[in-house]
Design a protein around this ligand. Structure first.
Ligand SMILES: Nc1ncnc2c1ncn2[C@@H]1O[C@H](COP(=O)(O)OP(=O)(O)OP(=O)(O)O)[C@@H](O)[C@H]1O
Length: 233
């Protein structure tokens, strides 16, 4: 049986308008075509400035694309996220498309356990089960129990990154976008993340990510997608 197509980028282009520089334009992505299937992990590879993070942000609809389409398989049908309504984008993010960046966006005063449990509440898991699953995830990622009731604002960089990963991976998502989620982690915790990603893929998730660390990339990638910085026009 062939794996189902989950995400398709067609002739995607992104040009930034630099408003503070008299409307100058910076073309970062041109004619990007990519198919992502369930169970695979495609790693974006290319030099700094090639547009890897920009591509993930365009897919997640943080940045508006300039050309092309971002087709996502959502709730049994295809949706072009670039043309979706804000309500559809929220629904896609809640149920289909996960995004884990390098940094945790801290919500003041909210305990770590609740931050990690929240995505489960959004998809209808009951509060007790959500907290139990959040606890198990935090334990797996070696966050000490004494930190669970505290907001993560004062945690170390590596601890915040692990809370971020816990929150990003706790609710199963058909498509996962990962922007350097393991940059500040030690080898032991990187291995835990590699295991979590293998489990997500085995359950059918399609993963598209950026991993600068070569050993991590070798552990998780099923395929590389090479990218190059565009020449200035
Ligand atoms: N919001 C923005 N406004 C203007 N230019 C931007 C914006 N975001 C990114 N860029 C530009 O787009 C180009 C690609 O940046 P991007 O962060 O996507 O590269 P990258 O391949 O992820 O690099 P790195 O590996 O260093 O993280 C850079 O020249 C950057 O300055």
């Amino acid at each position: 049986m062939t794996a189902a197509l989950m995400l398709e980028l067609r002739d995607l282009g992104k040009t930034f308008e630099l408003h503070q520089q008299h409307g100058a334009h910076l073309e970062v992505l041109r004619d990007v075509n990519l198919c992502l299937h369930e169970g695979e992990c495609v790693v974006l590879a290319g030099p700094s400035g090639a547009g890897k993070s920009t591509l993930l942000r365009v897919i997640y609809a943080n940045y508006r694309l300039s050309l092309g389409a971002v087709y996502v398989r959502h709730a049994g049908r295809w949706l072009d996220l670039a043309r979706a309504t804000p309500h559809e984008v929220i629904d896609v993010r809640r149920h289909t498309l996960g995004y884990v960046s390098q940094f945790l966006r801290v919500i003041p005063r909210v305990p770590t356990l609740d931050i990690v449990a929240e995505p489960l509440l959004h998809i209808g898991v009951n509060a007790q089960e959500a907290r139990d699953r959040a606890a198990a995830m935090l334990r797996r990622l070696n966050i000490p129990k004494r930190l669970w009731p505290l907001p993560p604002g004062t945690f170390s960089g590596g601890e915040q990154q692990r809370v971020n990963i816990a929150r990003g991976l706790i609710a199963p998502r058909p498509i996962l976008l990962l922007d350097e989620p393991t940059a500040s982690l030690d080898a032991g915790n990187r291995a835990v993340v590699a295991e979590l990603l293998a489990e997500a893929r085995a359950a059918g998730s399609a993963v598209l990510g950026i991993f600068h660390d070569e050993s991590m990339r070798d552990q998780v990638a099923t395929r590389l997608f090479p990218m190059q910085a565009l020449e200035a026009a």
